[in-house]
Design a protein around this ligand. Structure first.
Ligand code: HEC
Ligand code: HEC
Length: 401
């Protein structure tokens, strides 16, 4: 908090150059500076269209469709993708993502639980929300969200827009209300001004709506793309990008013994299905029924969405409950044999087997997972919080004359 107050003082000194008796010039300068916080460039990996929208391009899109869901073919295409947002809207979403203004007491931002330095996941097994009560599930990574068709561990949301309602209003997460959220954002002159500019409307008459907020967050989140790891370079033909150990690991990953790629299918390293693999809960937690409740199917009792493995080295602890501290624990879990996971009334997925991998194979597999690291498109944390900026409104009339 101290940091924010300090920032507010710093930026307001900086931006309200003339104090109360500002000249029209200084107000204009103030507005220009605030507007200058939003970029007019698309994020890396995108091209700006003539309609001022960002269009995503990637080499994977030139490969055939993923629909056959093979056992780990590497040159497979990508599913359809959310793009077409303007550069300024995406950037406004970035500011919102990091701004605690979204929570009622202004203490929690999306980035509190989805930390960019931890693969946009939470390094704590259970995130702490507004009520200070630990959540039961671990906050998942947000990389490559724009390609997904189901969100949350249990697949309970089908669009990014509906997913966002969860963290915003769930009393355990940010615990806000729609009325308060919209009201708070509208009391920030700087946000009102910026939203109006993004939507090319008159700032004096503009009201920020819930939809505006959600669309900006969606626009930003869909740009979190990680498809340029050493593994990807290997796929595109640069064989020297992976070490011999990593290539051996890739082969274990794709093998019909380990079967990882049946579910963690390249290039997203998820087939976007729900699967019951029998990962245990953390100590002290009651059984999480997961997808069973969402899909109304007993066969999905204890089932969860197959998560991506992109940047998996960054997102510990692992699984819906954050029960595994590191990747060696995860691999030991998969290797320990099917029998060890049975007997709890679960319908384990048939690809969960007893692979009995040798120590050296497990080591190779782990090295391979390292090759999925790519944060080259990681967005920057904003230096200033827009909600703390003061856009002197009182004399805006003067500016307009
Ligand atoms: C208090 C911690 C916390 C905060 C704050 C939070 N999240 Fe989350 N987020 C979680 C947890 C936990 C889950 C998993 C929920 C589940 O599976 O039931 C999650 C899931 C998600 C997912 C689904 C990802 C996937 O791959 O399925 C998205 C997207 C997301 N959050 C975005 C956001 C946005 C945007 C904000 C800010 C408006 C936000 N979160 C704020 C903890 C948090
Ligand atoms: C039947 C489908 C299936 C197979 C096969 C499979 N997984 Fe998974 N994997 C999942 C599901 C579902 C989860 C999430 C389970 C949970 O949270 O309880 C998961 C979670 C993980 C996680 C933790 C991800 C995170 O963000 O916390 C890792 C790492 C992982 N799997 C690696 C592997 C490896 C390596 C193999 C091969 C040995 C493998 N998986 C085989 C479905 C599968």
């Amino acid at each position: 908090m101290n940091y924010l107050i300090w920032l507010a003082l710093l930026t307001s000194d900086h931006l309200i150059a003339g104090g109360l008796w500002e000249s029209p010039d200084s107000i204009e300068r103030n507005q220009r500076e605030i507007l200058g916080l939003l970029t007019s460039d698309c994020p890396p990996g995108y091209e700006l269209s003539q309609q001022n929208t960002c269009k995503f391009f990637h080499q994977y899109q030139t490969y055939p469709s993923i629909l056959d869901r093979g056992i780990g073919g590497t040159r497979t295409g990508l599913p359809s993708f959310r793009d077409g947002f303007s550069p300024a809207l995406i950037d406004l979403g970035r500011h919102l993502f990091f701004d605690p203004i979204l929570s009622p007491n202004q203490t929690i931002s999306c980035s509190s639980c989805h930390d960019p330095d931890h693969g946009f996941a939470d390094p704590g097994a259970h995130s702490i929300g507004i009520s200070r009560q630990p959540l039961d599930r671990n906050a998942p990574s947000l990389w490559n969200l724009g390609f997904l068709n189901r969100f949350n561990w249990d697949g309970s949301a089908v669009t990014l827009e509906t997913q966002i309602l969860g963290p915003l209003y769930n009393p355990q997460e940010m615990g806000n209300t729609k009325e308060n959220l919209v009201h708070r954002l509208n009391t920030s002159e700087a946000y009102r001004f910026l939203f109006a500019k993004v939507y090319e409307k008159d700032p004096d008459r503009f009201e920020i709506s819930e939809k505006h907020i959600i669309t900006a967050l969606t626009a930003f989140q869909s740009t979190l793309i990680s498809l340029n790891s050493r593994y990807d370079r290997y796929v595109h033909g640069h064989h020297e990008s992976l070490s011999t150990e990593e290539i051996r690991g890739l082969n274990v990953f794709r093998s019909f013994v380990a079967r990882c790629s049946e579910c963690h299918t390249p290039p997203l390293f998820t087939n976007q299905q729900m699967a019951v693999i029998g990962a245990p809960e953390r100590k002290g937690l009651t059984f999480d029924h997961g997808a069973e409740l969402v899909f109304g199917s007993k066969r999905l009792k204890g089932g969860f969405k197959v998560p991506t493995l992109r940047n998996i080295t960054k997102t510990a602890p692992y699984m819906h409950s954050g029960g595994f501290q590191d990747l060696s624990e995860v691999l030991a879990f998969y290797n320990e044999g099917r029998a060890a996971k049975e007997g709890r009334g679960l319908y384990l997925h048939w690809h969960i087997t007893s692979p009995d991998l040798a120590k050296s194979e497990l080591a190779d597999l782990k090295s391979f997972l390292n090759a999925l690291e790519d944060e080259s498109f990681k967005p920057k944390r904003p230096n200033i919080t827009i909600s703390k900026l003061i856009l002197n409104n009182e004399r805006r009339g003067v500016t307009k004359q």
